[in-house]
Ligand binder design. Structure first.
Ligand code: PEP
Ligand code: MN
Length: 339
């Protein structure tokens, strides 16, 4: 349930009303002070809330029910865009697009530091790299694990770039806590609810990737798990879904971008690398994502794609990353954004 307040309502009045709603009806009240309009989002069992009494409040404009199962992630509950700050000055969801770039996997100190320096020079503001790699085959490279995390932290110290890296196990949260700036929840773990619940108890930003066989509503329900635990710093990432098409690794669901932006207030980024699955598709898919209104991109870049330990085929060389960034700048400008 949402209570839209009239202009001019004071914070004292809202505090008083919230207290009454909580004590009388046992609901949780989340006030959102927007520019002009203040909205109170009510969570829990709202069936007993006395709507007539509420409408008699001189500052209540109207009451509406939220039909969708996702509440905290719903734009109706939070009309203004959420901006997630990954590190001081690195925001996701504002006018400036975020570019997260780096190798699929951290492979060595030299590799991660070299890639970090190059992507930073080309305008990336977040370094990506997997330390724990959830691979489809148990025989594939599984990541450098704790050592990889340490190397990411070194690359951060060397370049100043904040780090996003995938977490697969709630038992690792403590370990990740001061080694990265943003958790990544991969497509394969989008519905690992125990992981989501635990990450929801931290305040560190979470980049949540859409599962390749999940609907947009399921995607937002996973965001809801994080938010219900108290973590509002959620970034959504469309990375392609499984369809009957075999030419591409996944089918980039570009329509998910405007849909998510419309029904949720959370920032949305796109990963064109895992969507197309091949290097030459990355730039056109990235441009399409920016044109469609994405708040940023996650792109795999490798110092030597031919010898990468994972996802070499879709990784960009430094040269193609530079070219891609150049073409993205003009698309961003055309839609009133910057990189
Ligand atoms: C990755 O980012 O390297 C990755 C494994 O992505 P996804 O979870 O989208 O497959
Ligand atoms: Mn990858």
């Amino acid at each position: 349930m949402i209570i839209v307040m009239k202009n001019g309502v004071t914070s004292e009045h809202i505090a008083q009303l919230s207290k009454w709603l909580t004590e009388r009806f046992g609901v949780q009240v989340n006030p959102n002070y927007g520019t002009g309009t203040t909205v109170l989002a009510l969570l829990g069992d709202t069936s007993s809330v006395d709507q007539d009494a509420l409408l008699r409040d001189e500052f209540v404009e109207r009451i509406t029910k939220v039909q969708e199962p996702f509440k905290l992630a719903n734009r109706k509950m939070h009309p203004q865009d959420t901006i997630v700050e990954i590190a001081p000055g690195v925001q996701v969801g504002g006018n400036k697009l975020v570019v997260m770039a780096g190798p699929c996997s951290v492979e060595s100190r030299e590799q991660i530091i070299d890639v970090a320096k190059h992507v930073k020079a080309q305008g990336a503001t977040v370094l990506r790299g997997g330390a724990w790699k959830p691979r489809s085959s148990p025989y594939s490279f599984q990541g450098l694990k704790a050592e990889g995390l340490e190397l990411l932290h070194e690359a951060h110290r060397e370049t100043g770039l904040p780090v996003v890296t995938e977490i697969t196990n709630p038992a690792h949260i403590e370990l990740f806590m001061d080694k990265c700036d943003c958790f990544q929840v991969g497509a394969r773990n989008m519905q690992n609810f125990e992981l989501l619940k635990e990450l929801g108890h931290t305040q560190k930003p979470v980049l949540l990737k859409r599962g390749f066989a999940n609907t947009i509503e399921e995607f937002l329900m996973s965001a809801e798990y994080l938010m219900a635990g108290g973590n509002k710093n959620v970034i959504l990432c469309e990375r392609g879904i499984r369809t009957y098409e075999t030419y591409t690794r996944n089918t980039l669901d570009i329509s998910a971008v405007p849909v998510l932006k419309r029904i949720s207030h959370l920032p949305v980024i796109v990963d064109p690398s895992h969507a197309g699955g091949i290097y030459w598709m990355v730039a056109p898919l990235a441009r399409a994502a920016v044109a469609a209104g994405a708040d940023g991109l996650m792109i795999e870049v490798h110092n030597d794609p031919a010898h990468a330990l994972s996802d070499g085929a879709q990784s960009l060389t430094y040269e193609s990353f530079e070219e891609t960034m150049g073409s993205l700048r003009s698309i961003a400008a055309a839609v009133g954004r910057s990189i």
